[in-house]
Write a protein of this length. Structure first.
Length: 302
């Protein structure tokens, strides 16, 4: 099928490549003309402007939005709501707050436009490994874009699913990221304890490699930890400053609203705040892990 992709950052560009490789026709739009030309050279079709997108697509039009959450997403979806027709589909594949997605779904419904929120995980590895996608929205619209979802996923029948109505996809992704915070913090603390036990002279990269095979704590995050440690066990070129992109905070807020105890996720979020005031190895490893799976920027040590 054909689909438009608005936003050609790291993930949007890689998703476009994967869709093109899967035989889909992709119309692209981005403020960065160089990114657009790179996509066109790979086989995509360029839209002259956002208004031109419907002219380049078959009906019903399906538009995937991959721009930063907040005002950029709000602006793009608002503009599309004035351009698209009843029966068309807008997909938000970014990390929007699920409450915004519920509101946007209701707003678009008044115009007869379907809204799908796709919580997307996979980072910079999604191009080759496929993306895990938590999909919210009306069943009819999800069924229409199923070929696209099957192409982006690790497999046609795995790594993705329709989890509920509009807002549910981003809600599940929010919880996914909260769990991610806790897992990363546990790895980081464990490796820092081993690093502090200097009497044993432990090789942290070796230990990560041992745990990767057969251990009950093996995971993709551990694979990425091993990658980071193979480059520099001391992580001396990384500042112990760990960012948070919002989903962990939202998860903690939701836990409080629902009276659900979530001490691990809450403390892992607080540890990221602490990292911005103290110098410790666990923070360096957390920053390295974020860079490994998502290509998130790190602060280089002086």
């Amino acid at each position: 099928m054909d689909i438009a992709m608005i936003g050609l950052g790291k993930m949007g560009a890689n998703m476009t490549k994967r869709l093109l490789q899967g035989g889909h026709r992709v119309v692209v739009s981005d403020l960065n003309e160089e990114a657009v030309q790179t996509a066109v050279s790979a086989g995509a079709v360029s839209a002259d402007s956002m208004n031109d997108i419907p002219n380049k697509l078959t009906s019903p039009h399906a538009v995937w939005v991959m721009v930063p959450s907040g005002k950029p997403t709000e602006s793009v979806i608002s503009s599309l709501s004035d351009i698209l027709d009843a029966g068309d589909i807008i997909i938000d594949g970014g990390n929007s707050n699920y409450k915004d997605s519920i509101r946007r779904g209701e707003m678009l419904q008044t115009k007869g436009i379907h809204f799908i929120d796709v919580g997307t995980s996979g980072g910079v590895w999604g191009l080759t490994e496929g993306y895990s996608m938590m999909v919210g929205g009306p069943a009819e619209a999800v069924a229409h874009v199923r070929p696209v979802l099957e192409t982006l996923a690790p497999g046609a029948d795995k790594g993705w699913g329709h989890v509920g109505p509009s807002g549910s996809g981003h809600f599940v992704k929010m919880i996914h990221n909260g769990i991610e915070y806790g897992l990363m913090q546990a790895y980081a603390e464990g490796f820092e304890i081993m690093k502090a036990k200097q009497v044993f002279g432990l090789d942290l990269h070796q230990i990560a490699e041992i745990w990767r095979h057969g251990s009950v704590v093996r995971s993709w995050l551990l694979d990425l930890t091993a990658n980071a440690l193979s480059e520099d066990q001391e992580l001396t070129n990384i500042e112990p400053w760990v960012a948070d992109s919002g989903e962990g905070r939202w998860t903690v807020f939701e836990a409080i609203d629902l009276d659900v105890p979530a001490p691990v996720i809450t403390l892992s979020l607080q540890s990221r705040f602490i990292s911005r005031a103290e110098d410790f190895f666990a923070a360096r490893l957390l920053a390295a892990m974020r860079n490994q799976f998502g290509g998130h920027a790190i602060k280089k040590a002086n």
